[in-house]
Design a protein around this ligand. Sequence first.
Ligand code: B16
Ligand code: MG
Length: 218
Amino acid sequence: MSKKAFIFDLDGVIVDTAKFHFIAWQRLAASLGINFTEHENEQLKGVSRVDSLKKILEWGNEELSPADFQLKMNQKNEEYLDLIESLDTTDILPGVQDFLIALRSKNQPIALGSASKNARPILEKLQIIDFFEVIVDGTNVTKAKPDPEVFLSACQQLHMPAHKSIVFEDSVAGVQAANNAGMLSIGLGDANTLHEASVVFESFTDMPQDYINTLLQQ
Ligand code: B16
Ligand code: MG
């Protein structure tokens, strides 16, 4: 059977931690007197922690000293870690685990491509870390999505070419990163928001039966 590299984003694709990032950023923005709604949050999906804070400060027309900037980043992450403390296997998004099991049964290479520095502990809490042959996350990329680095590094480590790689993403920046890498981008979420993706599904449970074989034959 032919092989493809299957590369998964984490937040918003495997687990709905996007809502916890939102709460934590909203609290942080409020502490700085900056208004922060779902609209702004959408633009932070897939964006690294440091770039997210830069954007929030820009929107609020605020500046921080380097020391305060670091302090606020730590504050946001502590808040976020508290919120995800009780994550467990029940938090894996519908259809994801079955999809991973089906890929493994077909011996397909699987990688994680996430901007998050918390990716490994989250995968451990969800008890699915062993599915991933390669993990590229916020601790080992230098350029943030929409730069393709995270996905290119994942396919290189899987010894697969970019044109045979498929990325699952919930963010605009992530879909652009996959497209920039020359990979097939599969959006998970709202079709209007993710209109740049090659295909969009609301969730893994909306994919046609046997979709993996369709992807393998493309
Ligand atoms: P952390 P993904 C991204 O993860 C999130 O979408 C984004 O909201 C977050 O700011 C970023 O990770 C950094 O996360 O603060 O945990 O390092 O969607 O690329 O898996
Ligand atoms: Mg995401």
